[in-house]
Design a protein around this ligand. Structure first.
Ligand code: MG
Length: 203
């Protein structure tokens, strides 16, 4: 199982990090060792002093495919959740400055806390999904899938030109604006609409 993550998929977030708005999706990957599920805690690692949260809608791939046409892409995912693309922003800034790959900043152990999945068929309109993050009971981030630069179907089509998608793979579809630092003892709760899917403590 692999985790494909889309960068810069919301104009307001690209601007907050002073990145150009892309004309093609930017993607990178995390290994399966990045996952945290079932309400397990996140232990703040010693190699970074600036781990940040990015709240993202996450698709689960339900069928193997490569070179998937955009008009058929909806057949390749059947569940959705919300996850955190945890990022060691200090390490990422250094990588960016030197033009190096991002793995140490993005792919480290437990860098992908993930909520419970719900069936796509339960969603009224996948082009208008509200999702949000609370830290210690206060909302810090809110997004809607209507603000994505690249749609779910376009992302699936684009990524599968380069990388075969397999049953059980996950796609993190990018964060809206409002990313920020996490701290020891923080309590994260992430929602799709009013349904809490993710609950995470930082230790
Ligand atoms: Mg992200």
């Amino acid at each position: 199982m692999k985790i494909v993550c889309i960068g810069r998929n919301y104009v307001d977030h690209a601007r907050e990090l002073k990145n150009p708005v892309p004309s093609k999706p930017v993607f990178f990957m995390k290994p399966d060792t990045a996952l945290i599920q079932k309400h397990n805690p996140f232990f703040y690692p010693g190699f970074s002093a600036d781990i940040q949260y990015e709240t993202e809608l996450v698709l689960k791939i339900c069928k193997n495919g490569r070179h998937i046409e955009e008009r058929f892409a909806h057949k390749y995912y059947d569940q959705i959740s919300v996850g955190l693309d945890l990022t060691a922003r200090d390490l990422q800034s250094e990588c960016k400055k030197k033009g190096l790959p991002w793995e140490i900043a993005k792919a480290f152990d437990n860098s992908a806390p993930l909520g419970e999945f719900i069936e796509i068929s339960e969603i009224e309109d996948i082009n208008h999904i509200n999702f949000s993050l609370k830290i210690n009971g206060e909302e810090v981030q809110r997004g809607n899938s209507c603000d994505m630069i690249f749609s779910f179907d376009y992302i699936i089509s684009y990524v599968s030109q380069f990388v075969t998608l397999k049953l059980g793979d996950l796609i993190f579809t990018g964060t809206p604006a409002g990313v920020g630092p996490i701290k020891i003892n923080d309590h994260f709760e992430a929602y799709i609409e009013n349904q809490k899917l993710l609950d995470l403590k930082v230790k």
